[in-house]
Ligand binder design. Structure first.
Ligand code: SAM
Length: 213
């Protein structure tokens, strides 16, 4: 076992201790080489349970947050998932490892291009585009799961519209300081919501999100 494999196994143990139970998800996170998704200068910290800086002033989410949001999606093989906020591409890789059909949108061209190239190099089949994810990706809707990895001022209506019946939207909502993660399930034309507190995300910027400074 090399150094990164050992650190990855320790990260999985920590996620279990923190309450993550989905074995398919834990297996997927055991396989994705997180060190490939961080800046070279942060490789030594790739498996710390922290968010880390990436290009364009953004962050790769902390492993626990990735695990928490993904577990709440309750997705698996062949289910269609839309991610808003590709960032490094790490969460998209985790979803692809779980066998999901992954669609991901990033607003920064630099990050979009880097993540698309890396995901291809590592053999992950992910449909990625650059644009404003607050309006979703209607062309491939409906989705069994939509995960938003940046904080929204309120839930964007297009994302609710693009959920399949029984599908889940996992989205941090709040002000710029603290947010709660809302898990919204579509039941025909009704939406049922539960909340988890104590997370901090970068802002979701766009037509149905925050305005750019
Ligand atoms: N999922 C990412 C990963 O695994 O590295 C984490 C990404 S980071 C926490 C959130 C990302 O959302 C940033 O890269 C940011 O540029 C992006 N973002 C913010 N607003 C967006 C929008 N309206 N559409 C698409 N991406 C957006």
């Amino acid at each position: 076992m090399n150094r990164f494999e050992k650190e990855r196994a320790e990260m999985i143990d920590l996620l279990r201790q923190r309450g993550i139970k989905d074995e398919q998800l834990l297996k997927a996170m055991q396989r994705v080489e997180r060190e490939q998704f961080v800046l070279p200068s942060f490789m030594n910290s790739a498996y710390d349970d922290n968010a880390l800086p990436i290009a364009s002033g953004q962050t790769i989410s902390q492993p626990y947050t990735v695990a928490f949001q993904t577990e709440k999606l309750q997705v698996g093989k062949d289910l269609k998932v839309l991610e808003i906020g590709t960032g490094s591409g790490y969460q998209a890789a985790v979803l692809a490892e779980m066998g999901c059909r992954v669609f991901t949108i990033e607003r920064h061209m630099e990050l979009h291009l880097q993540a698309r190239k890396l995901l291809e190099k590592l053999g992950y089949h992910v449909a990625a585009r650059c644009g404003d994810g607050t309006v979703g990706w209607n062309e491939y809707a409906p989705y069994d799961g939509i995960v938003v990895t940046a904080a929204a001022p309120k839930v964007p209506q297009p994302l609710l519209d693009q959920l399949a019946d029984g599908g889940r939207l996992v989205i941090p909502v709040g002000d710029l300081e603290t947010q709660s993660i809302q898990v919204i399930t579509r039941v025909r034309d009704k939406y049922e919501s539960i909340e988890a507190h104590g997370f901090k995300f970068v802002p979701l910027i766009g037509k149905k999100g925050w305005s750019e400074k």
